[in-house]
Design a binder for this molecule. Sequence first.
Ligand code: ATP
Ligand code: MG
Length: 326
Amino acid sequence: MRTEEPIRASERAIAFEGLRKTYVGPKGRRVEAVRGLTLTIRRGEFFGLLGPNGAGKTTTIGVIAGLVKPTGGRALVFGMDAVRDYRRVHKLVGVMPQEEALDSWFLNVREILIYNAGYFGIPPREARRRADALLRRFDLWDKRKSQVNELSGGMKRRLMLAKALIHDPEILILDEPTAGADVALRRQLWTLMRELNAQGKTVLLTTHYLEEAEELCGRVAILDRGELVAVGPPEELTKRVGGDVVELELDALPSALGSDKLKALAAKSGAALQDGRLVLPGTLEDPKVLEILSELARSGVKIRAIHARRSRLEDVFVELTKGLKS
Ligand SMILES: Nc1ncnc2c1ncn2[C@@H]1O[C@H](COP(=O)(O)OP(=O)(O)OP(=O)(O)O)[C@@H](O)[C@H]1O
Ligand SMILES: [Mg+2]
């Protein structure tokens, strides 16, 4: 993996240093969720943490949120240890969790925000002022007296975001905020996240939507099975897979790649399977691509369509996390 320019200590918002987390489950079964992660996020950055299910994203951010105790290494927030300096770190970080965390049976929407402000030592008057400002900003004013179960999914998401912001944290951590959101809600959340970042907040976002990461994030890290496999600006990562790709729609993938010769050719060329397609780095003039095309023809594999296009973050992701190499 290529390393990036070092980030000066004064510019670091979050620094993971050899972070490890091993969960010990029932019957002593161990899960190494995070395996020695070293990664630094700059102040003011909009940073994306990507990776397939179970890659360790929620665990990693859980350490900063004070929800997960690392079994090795450490996480620093503005130079403070997320475990030892928990109290100070807690005030600097706002978390929008992956799972809905709004189960307040007796509080209405406005009271939820005010109540949460109490955790941060915000006096009641100020808490009410902040709650009202957030309700207006997030278009929840009309619902301020509603119970959570009366809100739509999109309203709940906005309330969760408001809740994460009640103490005006420097760092905002969003764990798949747009999962399952429809296009309109996603756009709305994107706008809000962008605004918050433009106001100077450091944003750490986890997402499965690669177009979301491309759209929003200045840099992204790709985690796979608890390890960092790539980090950099999305456009640099996509350049690393060559810029151009040829996508082949084949009949009967993956068994179409049955022959050893094809497998070897595909692996050598850095090919990856993606949504039932074979994606080859390169252009249609590329000898490696042509070799694979002719080998496919020779083996009688039916090619339904060929598309040549620019590579996207998705290609990097697929190649690094579930390409033919693994
Ligand atoms: N409390 C826990 N106890 C035991 N194992 C856990 C616990 N939390 C997470 N794990 C395991 O740790 C690994 C990483 O999980 P984690 O939730 O961090 O992944 P993720 O990248 O957030 O995945 P997703 O995209 O599905 O949200 C998984 O194998 C998961 O089963
Ligand atoms: Mg998760």
